[in-house]
Design a protein around this ligand. Structure first.
Ligand code: HEC
Length: 85
């Protein structure tokens, strides 16, 4: 399952000891975590205020593919960005 792979990547990147095997898959995806882990693999994180909400919608379509994010993660990041402005 895709979600598992992404969790595995998180564990790999942060060595997160808090990841428990058989964790609750209905757990809320946290946009700020995806943002700081996934979006930083390729470039520094841009300032949320640098783009309008409409621009972020388009950017996330592109970066979701690049970062191999699930729809849930992409939406969570988008929410985080819009809240952070
Ligand atoms: C696999 C690498 C990769 C990942 C992961 C990635 N990006 Fe990017 N990003 C790029 C590259 C390459 C560019 C420049 C080329 C382009 O605009 O397509 C870019 C450009 C951008 C831009 C500038 C777009 C513009 O039109 O000026 C923004 C904003 C951005 N990324 C945000 C994000 C966010 C938010 C995430 C996390 C969800 C993310 N990126 C994840 C590779 C990546």
């Amino acid at each position: 399952m895709k979600m598992r792979n992404i969790l595995a990547i998180f564990v790999l990147f942060c060595g997160a000891p808090s990841m428990r095997a058989g964790g609750n898959s209905s757990e809320k995806v946290e946009g700020d975590k995806v943002w700081s882990v996934a979006c930083q693999q390729c470039h520094n994180r841009p300032n949320p205020a640098s783009y309008s909400n409409a621009q972020w919608d388009v950017i996330m379509h592109h970066m979701r593919v690049r970062g191999n994010l699930t729809g849930m993660e992409a939406r969570a990041v988008l929410e985080f960005i819009k809240d952070a402005k």
